[in-house]
Design a protein around this ligand. Sequence first.
Ligand SMILES: NC(=O)c1ccc[n+]([C@@H]2O[C@H](COP(=O)([O-])OP(=O)(O)OC[C@H]3O[C@@H](n4cnc5c(N)ncnc54)[C@H](O)[C@@H]3O)[C@@H](O)[C@H]2O)c1
Ligand SMILES: [Zn+2]
Length: 376
Amino acid sequence: MKKVLVTGGLGFIGSHLVDELIRRRYKVTIFDNLEPQVHINGIPDYYNTNARFIRGDVRKRNELKEVIKGVDIVVHFAAAVGVGQSQYQIAKYVETNIQGTANLLDILVNEKHNVKKLLIASSMSIYGEGLYECKKCGKVKPPLRDFEKRGNKKSIYNWEPECPYCKNTLKSVPTPEDTPLVSNSIYAITKKEQEEMSLLIGKTYGIPVVALRFFNVYGPRQSLSNPYTGVAAIFLSRIKNNNPPVIYENGLQSRDFIWVGDVVNACILSIEKEEANYQVFNVGTGTPVSILKVAEILIKLMRKEGQIQPDVTYKFRKGDVRHCYADITKIKKMLGFEPDISFEEGMKKLINWSKKVKAVDRFDRASNELKEKKLV
Ligand SMILES: NC(=O)c1ccc[n+]([C@@H]2O[C@H](COP(=O)([O-])OP(=O)(O)OC[C@H]3O[C@@H](n4cnc5c(N)ncnc54)[C@H](O)[C@@H]3O)[C@@H](O)[C@H]2O)c1
Ligand SMILES: [Zn+2]
């Protein structure tokens, strides 16, 4: 029976992975500091009591050192996860995501242990803008958009990125793993550093590391009261509280939404298949969905059509990317991964779950913080 340590194992993705690991008869230890922004009521009711839970903080090397003893596999998911928030809580994000990972690697290099695999949660945010195609220049990777340079008249905004060479408007294409990384936030930088540090130390010391670049994960247990992360959960919380989902730009920006159960499958393949060792993989569906569509589907499925309409603000949130969706050829070919749940199906399941859950709408607070810092 293999022993797995899941840092951040009380969180959204971690807890689903813990359930599946236990179903597969792994012996699981959860290490989590119960971050109050995520867990407003303490230990979540979905906590799987077949796992051992140790409350601790990845920023504290000693606490982490204790739980690694005797473990075969480490899944490192503990992180501060708000992209916008990372732009003003810089020290906290760097300490949790970079120093926390540094502590883990330091222990793997300098202390006695049995760890034979390390799985890291990376993020699509490390790409910045996705990959695009220019009619004239072929595949291009545009820089982040900067609207200040283009004046303030909303009506003349062309939201789509333009070709850095010929200024044509670009068309988005799937983003493969070898696309250059242009981080758009402190959060993204921390995830990029985490990935690079882990792969480097893994290769140097012969500890197989796998980094999964998750795209936009959604599903049950994503906090409906945390306004800093997860657009589907934030919109759902707004709608449940009879408030309109607030949309930046014109709503036609797109992302790749993947059902949490499919992400768990990708994690299990990465843990169990040797082909995954020392690799990075995109974990998405390969299908872009516009932000406006997310809002519209949720309103429809919640039967609030006619009562609530998306609030399209035409405002630009600094650093936001226009389109990024995954090219999943690599994980399909190397690990046999295939996403199972369509977006429509997943949204229905999400709504069914949300009926039993209290949602505190704290969106205004998060949005005021962005305004105060002039990030919107
Ligand atoms: N949800 C997504 O769409 C998404 C996308 C890309 C990457 N990721 C990554 O996946 C991982 C899991 O994300 P999630 O969506 O489940 O987030 P989450 O916030 O639900 O879970 C993170 C967990 O880590 C814990 N944690 C936070 N700081 C900690 C610390 N200092 N010490 C110990 N535990 C700490 C929190 O209490 C929480 O239970 C993260 O590393 C995140 O960066 C998530
Ligand atoms: Zn061009």
